[in-house]
Design a binder for this molecule. Sequence first.
Ligand code: OGA
Ligand code: NI
Length: 358
Amino acid sequence: MVLEFDPAFIQAPEHRPKPAVAEAGSIPLIDLSPLHLLEQHGGPLVAELEVLVAQVEAACRDWGFFQVINHGVPPAVVERAWAASRGFFALPPEERRRVRRDEVNPLGYYEAENTKNVRDWKEVFDFVVHEPAVIPSPGDAGGGVDRLIELRNQWPQFPHGFREALVEYAQATEELVFKLLELISLTLSLPPKRLHSFFKDQTSFIRLNHYPPCSSPHLALGVGRHKDAGALTILAQDDVGGLDVRRRSDGEWVRVKPIPNSFIINVGDIVQVWSNDKYESAEHRVLVNSERERFSIPFFFNPAHYVMVKPLPELVDEKNPAKYEEYNWGEFFKTRKNSDFKKLDVENIQIYHFKKAK
Ligand code: OGA
Ligand code: NI
């Protein structure tokens, strides 16, 4: 029997998942218990915090990815977010489509996203963390003067308590992401709040990912290989597993093992540019399987649309010149979003397009 499998989902042979992915030697696990010590004012860092900063520095340098425990987000808050997500994706399709994203509003439900021009085996629900989020109009072509639009969330009527659960989740994880930002600043020998102002009018959004079982898991991917474009991502995953990270040392794909009550943190392209390549935004992808559906919830921590992204002046000098031309976050985000929305003939936008010639 020939299985009907929509060719839109089929990955090129070199990108299809190979059965053997290393599970050993995976991303570092970091205990964030000393995080409350960030509250101290001035003075040298206490020893515990210094150890934590060193761990985060090594993880960002060697992997661009790590897992955290004792992060301070209450388990009950995370539980309620999972319940909301499961409830939403269990609704009949016509109910989910009532809040479907369209050409005008890129927020809400969507089931036809592409990564690098191949369709992902997933459906998503997106909402912004701060409303309204101001971004350049996604319909406009690049190059000219952009119209700005105000994004507002589309909340479904069902399941009951969906919005409340996710707003609560957003508040709790936002607190964590600002602490992680302080840690990253410390690892770059900068004052802890050095990067905060970029997030004043942040364009962060949270995505509920649902990966249904797939009849041809060897041909498709839940999310094709990609790097996250923003500053940082905080990801909650369930116990199914399927996230692979490209190991910097040898280029191998490594599976991230689910750990209860943990989050996966990764640095995005913006931190790579700010750090002038001290840190690298790691490539990752999601495998699907034929038996179990999988859920995950990434928080994409993004700056204001008007932020010009470039290596931080404190980190460059004559010996270490800036490796990137500056670029505008809103433009980058818009261009990337447009390519996720429809298949284009050209490669989607990447930070290496802003890399200076040597
Ligand atoms: C993403 C992503 C990973 C996952 O949505 O950008 O990388 O495990 N998701 O769902
Ligand atoms: Ni990602």
